[in-house]
Design a protein around this ligand. Sequence first.
Ligand code: FES
Length: 141
Amino acid sequence: MRPEAAPQARVRLDYAGQGYDLNPGESVLEALARQGAPVPFACRAGACHACLLKADAGDPGQAAQRSLKPTLAARGYFLACLARPATDLAIRSGQDVSTPGTLVARRWLSRNVLAIWLRPRRPVSFRAGQSSTSGCTRAAR
Ligand code: FES
């Protein structure tokens, strides 16, 4: 007689005050999107950082924080598309580290390259050569 496998503990996500289930093997982003939670995303691969969330309790896992600045990771920020936690998480939006702004112009430089000009709503400190990630949360009218 084969011993039965121990049932996996069910992982729960508390996101913005609502509870969500995480299926085995599922990322936090996949779980939240499957259940209709409004989470921004684009690449689903850890490149764009659009899915940045913050863990107030629980461990999102090292893979979900590897590409973040150490200061963000230390404060609990993580990428939802790479997070496959083994234990419950209490999370909230990570958009408090982003800077809202407005798209003021765009021009195609080639068939595959689009130049955009953004106007941030507050001053942004930067250094030459620094990169940034831009995302759109609402279409302009
Ligand atoms: S969706 Fe792009 S980093 Fe997660």
